[in-house]
Design a protein around this ligand. Structure first.
Ligand code: SF4
Length: 434
């Protein structure tokens, strides 16, 4: 398998690079150059040739990931398919299938068959679940089984995987020496791997045999997303020594993987106060050589449960502004329950809005859509306005439900409409109406 990265290094513009250039409105040479540097990744396992092509990284629109998956309390494959379909309908760019209960092979394959999006997962979930089922003890996970499982999952058509390679004994030592944490550990895969290492007194096999992980990912041209197992689960833990130890190792591994021709992303950072987001992005970019950054949240406040899609959207807008490339959505159910279909819809919408807000500042020369929307609003061209909105159906429904007496206005101000009055005064002076 020649990966997208290797093709680019050979100067070959692939079909996928052409599609990305077209959809992003950029030149093919720009895409080629940044894929060759590892600054853009393209998750596109050839086992799923019909999947939607999306690029993640430098110069591209900030992308949105939606995560779905069963839990031991709510385990229904049809519900997960409905959530996958809802995520795609709402405009998610990628999907993560993170099931942890039920027939995991069947859930993964069924979801893959019901979405066009590039799909990723966390292989440690199934690995530890199988060890629990077989031995009643996750510490008995056999590393050989883990590597076989990664290959099997890739063979099903996954295009990216979050794999926790950056946790090693040095990372755990930092965790112990700093005296644990306010928010504990927030990553399922990461925590179970820490427990495995602690009980077996062994190094993380995904770190120790990192070249083997890369070889598997290369075989399917899947993107290796270096998992953030020690991410902060509370803003008071943000950038503690343990988190930074993992980040440094992940950034180092990103470079090693790239040198082997493997497409690489780095994940981070969890709960981070707003004022630390810029620094976090800068560190990841600087230390990894501009590897695409896949951010979880960031969640800038620990007290927003019930509205954490909004909490995270505020963090996401800031992270996108400073250079994050892919944002994992957070739903209103975050920290409370497994998301339902409506939560998925709300989560994708909030995150798409955050990504758009971030991109307006990340790419100041790409604000034409906002300008056109503003002028349509000013001119009270309501039908035109819909073309520029992120959520036109919702806007239309709201307006129709509370229709105004005068069609050019809305029921917010009615006959006291500032827009209408302004246009009466200044219409003849406006020269940029279109
Ligand atoms: S009625 Fe008020 S809110 Fe509605 S368009 Fe006019 S100024 Fe804007």
């Amino acid at each position: 398998m020649t990966t997208q990265l290797e093709h680019a290094r050979q100067g070959t513009i692939t079909k996928q690079m052409q599609i990305i250039a077209r959809t992003e409105g950029l030149s093919e040479s720009f895409i080629l150059d940044h894929v060759a540097k590892g600054e853009i990744v393209i998750p596109c396992n050839p086992k799923r040739p019909g999947q939607k092509v999306t690029g993640i990284g430098t110069g591209l629109r900030t992308k949105v990931n939606a995560s779905i998956g069963t839990s031991s309390d709510i385990c229904d494959v049809n519900l997960e398919v409905a959530k996958a379909e809802a995520a795609q309908e709402e405009g998610a760019d990628t999907l993560m299938e993170l099931s942890a209960a039920g027939d995991l092979d069947n859930v993964r394959q069924t979801v893959l068959a019901n979405t066009d999006l590039a799909v990723g997962n966390v292989p440690l979930y199934q690995a530890f679940k199988e060890a629990i089922r077989k031995y009643k003890n996750p510490a008995k996970l056999d590393p050989e089984y883990l590597f076989d499982l990664i290959e099997k999952q890739l063979d099903d058509g996954l295009s990216f995987m979050a794999i926790h390679c950056g946790i090693n004994q040095y990372t755990i030592e930092r965790l112990r020496k700093q005296g644990f944490r306010y928010g504990g550990l927030a990553s399922k895969g990461g925590t179970y791997m820490v427990a495995w290492m602690d009980i077996n007194k062994k190094e993380n096999p995904l770190y120790e045999q990192f070249d083997r992980v890369c070889a598997l990912m290369k075989k399917y041209d899947a993107v290796l997303s270096l998992g953030n197992g020690i991410r902060a689960g509370a803003i008071h833990d943000s950038h503690d020594r343990a988190q930074m130890a993992e980040m440094i190792i992940n950034c180092e591994l990103a470079e090693i993987g790239r040198n082997q021709g493997c497409q690489m992303m780095v994940e981070g950072p969890g709960h981070v106060p707003l004022d630390e987001i810029e620094g976090n992005i800068m560190l990841e970019k600087r230390m990894s050589g501009n590897a695409p950054y896949y951010v979880l949240g960031p969640i800038p406040c620990d007290t927003g449960a019930g509205y954490d899609h909004i909490t995270a959207a505020i963090g996401a807008a800031s992270s996108a502004r400073f250079g994050a490339d892919l944002i994992c959505y957070i739903t209103p159910a975050e920290h409370l329950a497994l998301p339902d279909v409506n939560d998925v819809r709300e989560g994708v919408r909030a995150t798409r809005l955050a990504a758009r807000i971030g991109d307006i500042s990340k790419y100041p020369d790409r604000r034409e859509n906002e300008k056109q929307a503003a002028m349509a609003r000013r001119d009270m061209r309501w039908n035109d306005l819909e073309k520029y909105l992120l959520f036109p159906e919702i806007a239309r429904k709201t307006r129709e439900e509370r229709a105004p007496a005068q069609q050019e206005t809305c029921t917010m101000c009615g006959d006291f409409c500032a827009m209408k009055k302004g246009m009466e005064i200044f219409e003849k002076d406006i020269t940029d109406k279109r």
